[in-house]
Design a protein. Structure first.
Length: 398
């Protein structure tokens, strides 16, 4: 196969490949960018594989960065764009199921491609658009199949994260994992526990925000992978329910965490524990706690103005999205309209400040904060106007 019209990202990178080839080495575009171009999808990062060793690459280009030189990767900086360029390599055994014990640089493209995870990712492309397919990846793309390169058992023993990548691609691409690859995942599922949770988290979120997460979750259940995700074990019933409900991907990472924590029935302290185990940031935890509480309330009925206000504009859509997935009616239009009609949308819009109240004779301290909080509640619920004089009068008459 030869692609006649390459995306601009490849066109801009062609001089890099040409420079390497003119020096007597081989160079190819590789990985997901090649796969996605063939599928007609937008591409992002352009990766290059070459027979040139790192020191040889560094000798050909004025500006390079050693981003992973011990593994053969050098970043070539060309007109403000960085291209990760990796030497063809073969790998030894994987004692820890994550990283090769030893990396050996080679001059053979075939040797390099045979160590990759799936046939659809083991495609290489010359700078003129000619695709090199040594493992029938083009047929698998056409047939919408995910198949390990070579022996599936060996591929997953080498890097157990590849199992999560398989179920993630099933979701993102709406592809089917072939039986022998699925069986190998089942045989090695327990090895996922050896993978850093941060790496597993990336794949889980891409799965839940993918095109057909139903596929990915169903495959996780079928293979037992779900049991080796942090804190998933007690929630099999909820996960099986999600496998039926997730007919499309959620809109964001926050929505993904909100969906999981709401489906699992976690309260605020439990959300903190769960998300800490997944190594998520405190800011994300706080957002999920708010969205989770609101989604739970929407599952039970409508929101009061105060509950709506507490959730806020940024998270109300997320909370409603999750509630709808879990079976609640879609209230987004009415919630958005009601939110816009509130007297204030945040504390900064309150017409009175702590300084105003102190000038009116209220002493500073915890009591002042409590009074401001009460005024905020009264304004949102409509019992007092958002007017400075009215608010000062309310505060000083109690």
């Amino acid at each position: 196969m030869k692609l006649e019209h390459l995306p601009q990202e490849f066109e801009l990178a062609r001089p890099v490949l040409q420079t390497i080839e003119q020096a007597g080495y081989e160079a190819y575009f590789v990985g997901g960018s090649v796969r996605d171009t063939i599928l007609g999808k937008a591409i992002h990062d352009v990766d290059i594989a070459t027979s040139a060793y790192p020191k040889e690459i560094k000798g050909l280009f004025k500006r390079t960065v050693d981003t992973g030189i011990e593994h053969g990767t050098v970043m070539i900086l060309d007109h403000g764009t960085g291209y990760e360029t990796t030497t063809f390599r073969s790998e030894s055994t994987y004692t820890d199921f994550r990283r090769p014990d030893q990396v050996t640089f080679v001059r053979s493209l075939a040797e390099d491609l045979k160590r990759r995870d799936f046939t659809i990712n083991a495609l290489a492309m010359r700078e003129n658009g000619e695709v090199i397919d040594l493992f029938d990846g083009l047929t698998d793309l056409q047939q919408k199949r995910i198949r390990a390169v070579g022996n599936a058992q060996e591929r997953f023993h080498e890097d157990a994260l590849r199992m999560m990548r398989a179920v993630r691609f099933a979701s993102q691409l709406d592809f089917t994992i072939v039986p022998d690859t699925l069986a190998a995942i089942t045989d090695h599922a327990q090895l996922l526990a050896k993978i850093a949770v941060e790496r597993t988290q990336v794949e889980l979120l891409k799965l839940l925000t993918g095109k057909t997460p139903q596929r990915g979750v169903t495959d996780m259940l079928a293979t037992g992978l779900w049991q080796y995700c942090p804190d998933f074990a007690p929630h099999e019933t909820a996960i099986r329910d999600l496998a039926q409900r997730l007919t499309h991907g959620v809109s964001s990472d926050i929505a993904a965490w909100t969906l999981l924590t709401t489906a699992f029935g976690l309260d605020t302290p439990a959300i903190t524990t769960f998300m800490k185990h997944w190594k998520t940031a405190n800011q994300a935890i706080n957002a999920v706690q708010t969205a989770n509480k609101t989604a739970t309330l929407l599952g039970q009925g409508d929101l009061s103005d105060w509950q709506l206000y507490q959730c806020g504009r940024q998270l109300i859509a997320t909370a409603n999205e999750v509630a709808v997935i879990l079976g609640a009616p879609d209230r987004r239009a009415s919630l958005t309209e009601r939110l816009a009609a509130l007297p204030i949308r945040n504390k900064k819009e309150l017409a009175v400040t702590g300084k105003d109240l102190m000038q009116a004779g209220i002493q500073p301290g915890p009591q002042l904060g409590a009074i401001l909080g009460d005024l905020e509640y009264r304004v949102v619920t409509g019992s007092v106007a958002n007017d400075r004089a009215a608010l000062v009068a309310q505060a000083t008459t109690e």
